[in-house]
Structures are given as C-alpha cells and as structure tokens.
Design a protein around this ligand. Structure first.
Ligand code: ADP
Ligand code: MG
Length: 708
C-alpha cells in the first residue's frame, strides 16, 4: 500500500502517470476522460477456472465459445492452392490437445504464436474428421504466474477490459491494457474516497468503496465480484433516488400551489346526475388522493396509472370540474388529435348542461375558430381546454391555469415533462400525469420518481369477457375470416389491424390499404369496411371513425393509430395481423379497444411463421393474462431495460452500472435508503462526504431534472 498515491479524480487521463497523451487517445474515445472514469473503467469479462475448459474433457465440437488456457506445443505453415494457413497445436497439461488455425494475417501470427507461448485461447471448437479445431481464436497472453493461478483456481481472476483496435493502435493490446489497469488501480485506487460513514455502510450492508474497486477489477471469486459491483450500482441508484426525493421535497416546500377550497354543486351534479354509472372503488380512492393534493397549498404532482378502460378520463374530468368550479382554468393535453377530439366529445357529453365552458384546440382547429378561442383563454375565463401537447404548449396563454392533465400515452422525456408541469406562472398549477400502459414498479421509481403514484387497479363492472387466441396465418386465416364474417353479418363490429412495415409511414399505410382491398374483394366481400390511417386528414379520420362508431361500417381496417384510446363499446372483434411484429404493450393497448361494452369479445393474434421465440412469449403472455400490470412486468423482462418504454430516446438518466430489470431489489433498497436520509436531514449536512459526492454528481445530472 505504500506505493499508493492520491490524485484528484478529475485529473485528465492524459496527465495520469503511465498513460500520457498517446495512450489517452483510445480512452478518451471510449468516454474515459478523467482519473475517476479510468478507475470506473470496468472489465468486460474475466478469465477464471470456472469459465475455462480442460482439453481432456472436450469430447467433440463445442456448442458455444470456450476458453482454454494452454501452451503452444508445435506450429507449422501450410501452403495449399496458393493460400497460406498457419496451424498450432495447443496443449493444456490435461492430456488433451486441439489444433488452432489461422487463414488470415498469417505473417503476423507466426511471429507471435510460437512454441512455448502461453495464453488463454477463446473460440468455437469444430470437428474435422478426428481432429478438433479452433479457428482464429481470441488470444489473451498470460504470464506464467497468471496461467498457474488460473489453473489452480487460487489467486485473482484475469480481467479482460473492453479494448480493441483503437487501443492496439496506441500500443495497448489486451495484455498491455490489463497490465496498465492493474498499475493504475494499484497506484491510484486510494484516490477514490468513501462517501458513506461506517455506520451507514453497515446499515445499508455495503462493501467499502476501495475494497469494491479491487473486487471489480481483480476479483478472487464470483461472490466478491458481485458484492463489489453491487456497491457501484447502489451508489448510482441512491443518487438517482436522492434527486427524486429532493425534487419531491422542494415541490412540497413551495407554498405557491393552489389550495382549492371546495367541491361544489357542479362537480356533485357531474358525479351524481351526469355520469350514467357509479364510480368504482378504485376511482373513488384515487379521487380522494387527488382531492387531498388539490386542497393542500402544495402543487400536486401525481401519476395516475391505470389500464386502458379503467376510467382515467372520467377521473380527470372530475378533477378538472373541481378546478373550474373554483374559478381556475384546466388543460387536458393529449398526444394525438384523435385522442384530443375524443376527450373533447366525452367531456361535452358528461359536462353538458352544467355550465362549464370546454374548448378544443388542435392543429386542425380552423384559424377563425382559434382567433375566437385564444382571447378567451387569455382573459383567464374559467374553462376546460383540451388539445394536443404541442398546441397548448406553444400558442396558448392560460394566465389562470389551475390544473394540467397530461395524457401521456406517448411518453415524454423527464425534462419535457418538467416543462409541461411548470409553465412559469405565479401560482403553480396542479399536475396529473396519466399513463395508459401500466408501468412496472422499478421503472416508475426510475422514470417517475418525482411523482406520487395513484393506481386504478379495478375495471368498471359490466364488461364482457375477452378471450385471446393465436391464429396461424398460413393455414387458419380463411377460417378466421369466415367466423368474423358471420359475426359482422349478425351486427358485430371488428377492428382489423395491420402492422408497421419497417419504420415507414408510407409502407405502413400501404399495408392497411392493400389489406382492406384484399378483404373487401375476398373474405369480407359486400360488407362495409372503413379505412383509418395516420396520413388521412382529420375530417376523413373522423368520418371513418364516425361510421364505425355508429355501425354504418362493420369493420375498421386500421394501422396502429387506433392504439391510442379510441372508444367504441360495440366493437367485439379485434384481429391483429402480423401480431408477431408488435411489442407486448402495443398488443395490450390494441386488445384494450374491445371488451369495452357488455358483450364478450375476442382478440385474434394472427402470426405468420417464422415466429421468433420472443414473439412466441409475447403471444403466450397475451393469452394468459388481461392484467396490464402483469403484462408490463413481462414486457420489461423480455425487452430488457435499455429500450423499454423508450427510456433511451427520452433522455432518462443513463444508468452505467445498475439495470432496472435485474436489480429491482437493489433499486428498492436504494429508494428506502434515500427516503430515510432525506427524512432525517434533507440537507445531507449530517453526512458531509455524502453531501459533497452528491453535489458533485448533481452538477451535470441536474439539467434533466429541474430542481427549483
Ligand atoms: P381510460 O381513460 O382509463 O382508458 P375511460 O375513462 O375512457 O378509461 O373509460 C372507459 C369507458 O368506461 C368509458 O366508456 C367510460 O365512460 C366508462 N367508465 C368509466 N368509469 C366507469 C365506471 N365507474 N363504471 C362504468 N363505466 C365506466
Ligand atoms: Mg382514455
């Protein structure tokens, strides 16, 4: 330990001794800019005895890549048909042997792979006659000591860092990189300081940071490695949760929210006289939660999760009615024009006769109409305005805005949401964010950690059953459409969905257009079949929807535009063509279009072979459950965290170490730890090292999460 030096963690890699300007290049290209980054430049994988194969145990070709630690016993160059190949016999002391073969770069290889050369060779073993061969293995040079350690299973594992061409060009092959990292960790490992007090380390059951650093770079065993990695993941997650916790705390501190004094006759009439049904218990519970927020002087920031059809829109309407009744403006922002339109129609239906002014504002609103509406909004007139996100954001002044409802079928980035939530008014409007796809708990904690969460986990009564069936498009399709035809002839109504063909709206449209042609000239001949796709004009879309809703059209052939919230209770059949191409949440959304009335419904998932394993799992999940929360968890598991719900595109905090699919337990631990700390001392001054580390990290992370 005497050779340990402390250096500032933000020291540029170029100035780190034993790196220098030239070797810094590949590091910087890999995003490693400072000493801190360098210490956190973790191995890509490891070599250890449990991950290597003894040659005497190798009976035939290997199924996947294997790693053999051995020594070259013989070499030769073979020239045949004008080509040269280089062969080497590899032995590992177990009594077995294999042949290594190179067909390319033989001139370089032969200077390097010589008799007596000891290394780890990784690759796939194939059999030719009686001979086992590994072609173009990945070679990791090992010193005698390292090879001995690995073979005996004692000592440290050999770390393999994410090197490559750039590193090799700078003179750092795999072994060079490993030696360099070993030196860096040895010399500068102590530059990393511990941010947890001993008490908290014990309390949260964490490995001390320097120990963890060594455990990750040079583990002795799996357990040590995992405990070390856990430390880095935990720190990362706890920072995220501290940020969210702090945001929630700050928002609560602000006394600039609106405290609504009362629920008046208007809202009571809406609930008791206008709604043709009783609220579900879940709706009542959620409304109580919302009402508590609305009466408090702190601005509400609440996420309302609920499956398609669970009755979120009704909840939103009631909340907006309360706002208007108390003299404020309320805005409902929808992701698409179709949805905005539909919310508008629903509001009009339920609010009719109650004296509430409701305006619709979308890209299709005529200029003359806009000209009439905008000044009224500008005047502060208490009213409900419903529109698309963009419109309300860009062109509308709502000086008297008291409640914003964000219908978030398409998710926003955190920053964008913050902007919608805080339009910069004197008083802070209450905000209700609604999502129709239930979000797995771990993801909600990560993406929506700044919001309180309400769940509508109960469906309104009187719904028919939905059965889901997989259909093989190659041989069961004719039969399916015969059945559909019979149902339609008896007055049933069907959605028929065609998928996105590649990422092209044009092809997408084509699939639906051609699909409809094929159906009206074939199995659905003579039946009224309408078409709906994203490229139609608003009034064309409306006409098509209207025909389908009124029953003039028996079937609606559509692209996925109907996914978002279209509500036709009479529709009982849902056919999803090429269902193997849809994601789980999309399938769930689509299925949610049926089963909205009292009649039993059917959802047909038509698949065309070959269907991948994952697609098969998705279809199986759909058949097994209707529960959106279950489906969401499964979706997260199948797709992994990287891309699920578009977290990447939406500027979510990039988690470097933790993974919200595999580290759910740890995420909960981090959440609890953060809550505990914030409750005890929100300034973190009780723990100066932690406070400092948090501030350091927050400097660049806080942009996406605006803390007041
Ligand atoms: P979501 O917005 O969650 O998809 P909606 O609010 O659009 O759900 O409700 C779906 C359908 O159920 C609508 O037709 C709505 O009028 C109806 N609905 C809502 N709440 C109830 C309830 N408590 N009982 C019966 N029907 C309800
Ligand atoms: Mg809705």
């Amino acid at each position: 330990m005497s050779s340990q030096k402390a250096a500032p963690l933000n020291l540029s890699v170029r100035f780190v001794r034993s790196i220098g300007v030239k070797k810094a290049v590949p590091f910087e290209k890999a995003g490693v800019r400072t000493l801190r980054d360098l210490l956190l430049f973790f191995p890509r994988r490891y070599l250890d005895r449990t991950h290597t194969t003894q040659l005497n145990s190798l009976q035939g070709p290997s199924n996947g890549e294997i790693t053999v630690i051995g020594t070259i016993a013989d070499t030769r160059e073979v020239k045949a048909k004008g080509k040269t190949r280089y062969e080497a016999i590899l032995e590992d002391g177990s009594g077995g042997a294999i042949k290594l073969v190179w067909f390319r770069r033989t001139n370089q290889i032969k200077k390097w792979i010589k008799f007596g050369y000891t290394a780890a060779f990784s690759g796939v073993v194939k059999q030719f006659g009686f001979e086992l061969q590994m072609a173009h293995p990945e070679v990791t040079y090992l010193s005698k000591g390292e090879a001995e350690d690995l073979k005996s299973g004692s000592g440290r594992w050999v770390a393999l860092y994410p090197g490559g061409k750039e590193f090799e060009n700078a003179g750092l092959d795999a072994r060079g990189l490993r030696k360099l990292m070993e030196r860096i960790i040895g010399e500068f490992g102590n530059s990393i300081t511990e941010m947890w007090s001993t008490e908290l380390l014990n309390r949260f059951n964490l490995m001390p940071i320097r120990e963890a650093l060594n455990a990750v770079h040079r583990p002795h065993n799996q357990q040590e490695l995992e405990k070390g990695l856990e430390r880095f993941k935990f720190d990362e997650l706890v920072f995220l949760q501290l940020m969210w916790g702090y945001t929630r705390y700050k928002r609560k501190q602000k006394e600039s929210g609106i405290a609504y004094p009362q629920v008046g006759d208007q809202t009571r009439d809406l609930i008791n006289k206008k709604l043709p049904f009783d609220l579900t218990n879940a709706q009542k519970r959620v409304l109580r939660e919302i009402w508590n927020d609305m009466t408090s002087p702190h601005p509400m920031s609440r996420l309302l999760q609920g499956d398609v059809g669970s009755g979120k829109t009704v909840v939103a309407l009631i909340a907006m009615s309360i706002a208007v009744e108390n003299g404020y403006q309320a805005a409902l922002m929808a992701p698409t024009e179709i949805l905005a339109e539909q919310h508008y129609l629903t509001s009009r239906k339920f609010l009719e006769g109650l004296g509430v002014q409701v305006y619709l504002l979308t890209g299709s609103t005529k200029a003359a109409e806009r000209k009439e509406i905008l000044p009224r909004l500008d005047s502060g007139e208490p009213c409900i305005v419903i529109g698309t996100h963009a419109i309300i954001q860009d062109s509308v002044i709502l000086p008297n805005l008291g409640l914003t409802v964000i219908d978030e079928q398409h998710r926003f980035g955190v920053a964008q949401r913050q902007k919608l939530m805080d339009p910069g008014l004197k008083q802070k409007p209450d905000v209700l964010v609604m999502t129709a796809t239930p979000i797995p708990r771990s993801l909600a904690l990560t993406m929506y950690g700044d919001l309180e969460v309400s769940r509508l986990d109960e469906m309104p009564p009187g719904r028919g059953k939905i059965t889901t069936q997989a259909i093989n498009g190659d041989n069961q399709r004719d039969d399916l459409y015969r059945r559909i035809r019979k149902r339609l002839e008896k007055g049933g109504r069907a959605y028929i969905i065609f998928p996105l063909v590649e990422e092209s709206e044009k092809l997408d449209l084509q699939a639906a257009v051609e699909g409809r042609e094929e159906l009206i000239n074939g199995p659905l001949k003579g039946l009224p079949v309408e078409l709906l796709h994203g490229r139609m004009k608003m009034d064309e879309k409306e006409a098509a929807m209207q025909k389908f809703a009124s029953g003039q059209a028996a079937a609606l052939v559509s692209t996925t535009v109907v996914e978002v919230g279209v509500d036709v209770p009479e529709a009982t059949e849902m056919v999803i063509e090429h269902s193997e191409r849809f994601g789980l949440s999309q399938l769930h959304q689509l299925r949610g279009r049926v089963g909205r009335g009292g009649n039993d419904s059917r959802c047909y998932l038509v698949g065309y072979p070959p269907v991948t394993e994952v697609a098969r799992s998705r279809i199986k999940t759909m058949i097994n459950t209707l529960d959106g929360f279950v489906i969401a968890e499964e979706d997260l598991r199948l797709r992994g965290s990287g891309d699920v719900f578009g977290t990447r595109q939406h500027g979510m905090p990039e988690l470097k170490f933790a993974d919200i699919v595999n580290d759910q337990q740890l995420l909960m631990r981090a959440r609890h730890a953060a809550d505990e700390l914030i409750n005890k001392d929100v300034t973190l001054r009780t723990w100066p090292e932690l406070r400092e580390a948090f501030q350091e990290m927050a400097k660049d992370k806080m942009q996406w999460i605006k803390v007041g």
